[in-house]
Design a binder for this molecule. Sequence first.
Ligand code: MN
Length: 228
Amino acid sequence: MGGHEPTYFLRARYIRAVEELGGIPLILPLVADPSARRRLLDHVDGLLLTGSGPDLPPNLYGERQRYKFPLVSERRASFELELVLQARIRDLPLLGICGGMQTVNVACGGSLYQDIPAQVPGALDHRQKAKAVHVAHPVTVSPKSLLNKVVARRTLMVNSSHHQSVKTVAPPLKVSAMAPDGIIEAIESPAHRFLLAIQWHPEFLFERHAVHRRLFEALLQAARRTRS
Ligand code: MN
């Protein structure tokens, strides 16, 4: 095995969700060359930007790092920011999950709370103790949003496994769901076919909850339209 060598890994749930709902998953390697990145994207019909353990480097949204949390590698951050930019240029369907939502917001010019417990007094505990297959708090879905169309609900229960969240919403994006404490739980781009990002983890919920399955189905539906 690789030991301390840099290693690619991805929780298989993401793959399973795409596969079981009729898509063909493809994991993209973090290539650095800009033209190689663009050519990789010629082979996909949509993007699922998965969550990550570490945080985005705060300098990417104009802040210094205030707390000592691990950061994602520069290579991953720059690759994923580029994916979001390309998705916007190509109107490629994109679903961002957890850290992926934070990347979408930063890529579009927004900022993040570096640590909810430290920076948002009175916030709920967004790091649930129960396993992620269990839901933890409700969110209210913005009327007439893409998310509202996808889930066909005004409120839903979500799991919660994040210590950061969107602070300033990037100007081209809109809030599409919010927790009762005001923490932003979903954002989307009104100017695109399907550019949606959520703070929770539907890959842990899709098997038991149709409403969370809908998120993947809607991404795949939009991706099929890219193809045709
Ligand atoms: Mn939450």
